[in-house]
Design a protein around this ligand. Structure first.
Ligand SMILES: [Zn+2]
Length: 386
């Protein structure tokens, strides 16, 4: 794990600051020169990074440091972000630049739908044939995912059940497929590509606020997946035993009070007859922006519930950073003070004052970034890439 973390730190710095010399990487990362020399040696051998040959000369005529940069053509990475309504397929180069992006309406029949996605991937492969290698497809899914069996188990937002996603997509494309749940994918994207300081963070809690509410937990630099591989469903902790029934079978789950569905419902109730048709969360955040009092109050109330749940998770997990993602974070100036105030109510608060509460580094689709990161993470875990 240490090796993976160090490689990730190094690639993060390279991606941010390239071209950059080994000495500068050492200064920024705090890693020692021997470690950097070993890792860059491995990455050079695998053609993942290249020496920017014609380095600048130094004014005193000494040997100039050879700058390094990522070899963007080394890998073409596929990411598929499946949501209840819309699916996005993307192809990224090894320098984290999107080369292609295609969106689809998510199909009700998973077999037919995944075959269609597979065909599109095959088409993109032949169109972008200058990549040295296509190491695989990362897939983010909105619900319970068992990435050991390769199956999407179930979801309260998408009516697919026990779908062998890995098997279907591998058959359709001939490429390696890795799947995970969207909140866990987003957590992975944060430590990989979030603000540069996250590269050093080893314990992070990601709270995904979407149609549902789910979390991704990074412990000691790696994703926590749990005994049955389904960890992170904190949205289904009951916070009110007398609350309304939840789709999961319990009553009064956190999800019912703090998901986008909850915010939209609250807004509709406040507007009474004026809002019979439910707005999308994107639309609702536009209402907030334009000063609609009902939208502002609905979002403020959700922020309180987010704060209550997050306080419990901070007390239980003691993360260094809590990252919140989703449309609601567009109103960060409105929700952040409320969430922070809630976390300070706890008697254990003096300890949680040190926890940084941030919004996701990715305003659009953190889970798509996460799907692409699944493949990068897998590549870097191997002794030799590709
Ligand atoms: Zn529930």
């Amino acid at each position: 794990m240490l090796r993976l973390v160090n490689r990730r730190i190094l690639l993060n710095i390279l991606s941010d600051k390239q071209p950059i010399s080994r000495a500068e990487i050492a200064k920024i990362s705090g890693l020692n020169k021997a470690t950097i020399s070993t890792i860059t040696g491995e990455l050079l051998k695998d053609s993942c990074i290249i020496e920017d040959g014609l380095g600048r000369t130094t004014p005193i005529g000494g040997k100039p440091p050879t700058p390094l940069r990522l070899n963007s053509r080394r890998f073409g990475l596929f990411g598929v972000d499946i949501r209840a309504d819309e699916t996005i397929l993307a192809l990224s180069d090894f320098n984290n630049r999107l080369v292609a992006r295609v969106s689809f309406e998510t199909g009700a029949n998973p077999g037919v739908f995944l075959t269609k996605i597979g065909k599109e991937i095959t088409r993109l492969r032949s169109k972008h044939d200058s990549f040295i290698e296509f190491p695989g497809i990362g897939v983010s899914l909105p619900g319970l995912v068992d990435n050991r069996s390769g199956k999407f188990l179930l979801s309260v937002v998408l009516p697919w059940r026990d779908v062998p996603v890995v098997q279907l997509l591998e058959k359709a494309t001939g490429l390696l497929v890795i799947i995970d749940n969207s909140a866990r994918c987003s957590a992975l994207a944060e430590i990989w590509h979030g603000k540069a300081q996250y590269a050093h963070v080893r314990d992070l809690l990601y709270v995904s606020v979407s149609t549902g509410l789910a979390c991704g937990v990074v412990i000691d630099g790696g994703l926590y997946r749990g005994g049955n591989n389904t960890a992170g469903q904190f949205g289904h902790i009951a916070i009110d035993l007398n609350g309304p029934e939840c789709r999961c079978g319990q009553r009064g789950c956190w999800d019912i009070y703090a998901s986008d569905k909850a915010t939209i419902k609250r807004y509709q109730t406040m507007r009474g007859g004026a809002a019979k048709r439910a707005p999308t969360m994107r639309k609702l955040m536009e209402f907030v922006e334009s000063g609609d009092p009902a939208a502002i109050e609905a979002v403020r109330e959700t922020a309180r519930y987010l704060g209550i749940g997050i306080t419990g998770l901070i007390n239980g997990l003691d993360p260094e950073v809590v990252v919140i993602g989703g449309e609601i974070t567009k109103g960060w100036g409105l929700i952040e003070p409320i969430i922070v105030e809630e976390t300070r109510r706890s008697l254990l608060a003096p300890r949680s004052h040190g926890v940084a509460i941030r919004r996701s580094a990715f305003e659009v689709r953190p889970s798509l970034k996460g799907a692409l990161t699944l493949i990068q993470n897998n590549l870097l875990s191997m002794p030799h890439m590709g």
